[in-house]
Design a protein around this ligand. Structure first.
Ligand SMILES: [Zn+2]
Length: 411
């Protein structure tokens, strides 16, 4: 195989991926405007329904613009050897291979976050704000970005340095040691992430004294779940959308309820949502998903170990010298179909887990099906959810079942 043929495959994959995604988005947009669904009336009045369609459509059009710009940039970068140019630029300043790789990856991340910035700003401060969801101030937005960058420098930096160092010093063991490092770190953040990192972005507090706390405490006791592992988070700092999640395992398990959820729902509804989250814990969903993603990382590193040393990867991107950073970039472009398939599996399992957690709530909290149904209805109406997403779009993008499917199982 020649380098230019390989480059052709990469461009082909990028374009095909874009086309498939665009077709899915288009089908989903059409499906969101499907006015024949009779259940719509249980959710929205005429004006709200119009608004929900406008919201979906606006996100669709903006997404299309965003992905088209991205496609053009990536194809231009591939066709005009921009990655090789960046590599040469870095090589003018540094001579150590490890430093060159780190500088290249850092520069590329800076460039891509600069390109992404206006899109993120528009999405939050124009679209989300227009429909009344946004609560983020510019100050919070930029503070989040700065904190995110510092965190990834402090954690991602050393991790990446170690991986590249191993790759350069003992290439034959790179795949196994690289995997061990990454899974060690992901185990750490799986267990302590919520405790260590979330407080940097949000305030976490115990559930306030009162009727709600009493009811929650009663339920938690019946399930042997400690109240000290339950927090209310100031989600309202960024968005009016309500949410809740479970994370960690064993002693580091944590359930987080957004303050927006507490504000919108009644006590039994909140407790039913909590019962759903405890269902994720009892059914070991997060642990299973963590193990699965670790297995996927293992496969990824095995493939990396096999292919990364091949100088054809760097040549395909126009680089004269084979290197870790150019090789890995080429690898991930070729890896696109695999990651699409892995995403399908992950999302399918995640949607199945949601049904199981709903079932758990019904089995363990009295009248849960009614309370959970009302809670889900309220949450989806308030976030102008698309009630009729296209089934293929759901398969590819949805981590939660579409609301109507979920309600059907609850009744
Ligand atoms: Zn869930």
């Amino acid at each position: 195989m020649t380098a230019s043929f390989l480059l052709g495959i990469m461009i082909f994959l990028v374009v095909i991926n874009f086309l498939l995604d665009t077709i899915l988005d288009y089908l989903n947009d059409r499906s969101s405007k499907n006015t024949t669904e009779p259940k719509v009336k249980q959710f929205y009045d005429e004006a709200e329904y119009r608004k929900s369609i406008d919201y979906s459509s606006e996100k669709y059009r903006f997404g299309l613009f965003d992905s088209t710009v991205n496609l053009l940039l990536v194809v231009a970068a591939l066709g005009l050897s921009w990655f090789a140019l960046l590599d040469e630029l870095v090589r003018e300043y540094f001579s150590n291979e490890l430093v060159i790789s780190l500088a290249f990856i850092a520069l590329l991340s800076v460039i891509s976050s600069i390109i992404n910035l206006p899109f993120a700003l528009h999405y939050i401060f124009r679209i989300e704000a227009k429909y009344g969801f946004n609560k983020t101030t510019l100050k919070t937005f930029f503070a989040d970005r700065v904190k995110g960058t510092v965190l990834s420098l402090l954690i991602g930096g050393p991790l990446l340095t170690a991986i590249i160092y191993i790759y350069q010093q003992i290439p034959q063991w790179f795949w196994l040691m690289g995997w061990a490092l990454v899974s060690g770190f992901s185990l750490f953040s799986f267990m302590f992430g919520t405790k260590l990192f979330l407080p940097l972005f949000n305030k976490l507090q115990p559930v306030p004294e009162g009727e709600l706390r009493d009811e929650i405490e009663k339920y938690c006791k019946s399930q042997g779940y400690a109240m000290s592992k339950l927090y209310v988070m100031d989600g309202s700092k960024r968005s009016t959308k309500a949410n809740a999640f479970f994370s960690g395992m064993g002693r580091t398990k944590t359930i987080v309820l957004f303050d927006t959820l507490i504000e919108k729902l009644s006590t039994p509804q909140i407790t039913a949502v909590l019962a759903h989250e405890i269902g994720h814990y009892k059914r070991k969903h997060t642990l299973a998903m963590f193990l699965l993603s670790n297995l996927q990382t293992f496969v990824l590193f095995a493939l990396l170990g096999w292919l990364l040393g091949n100088s054809l990867l760097s040549e395909a991107l126009g680089a004269t010298e084979p290197s870790f950073h150019i090789g890995i970039l080429a690898f991930f472009l070729l890896f696109t179909p695999v990651s699409v398939i892995l995403g399908l599996i992950d999302n399918g399992l995640s949607r199945r887990n949601e049904f199981q957690a709903d079932k758990f709530a019904i089995d363990t909290y009295p009248n849960s099906s009614e309370h959970l149904r009302d809670a889900l209805k309220k949450i989806s109406t308030d976030s102008l959810a698309n009630l009729t997403p296209h089934p293929w779009y759901v398969k590819v993008h949805y981590t939660h079942p579409p609301i109507l499917q979920r309600l059907a199982k609850l009744s």
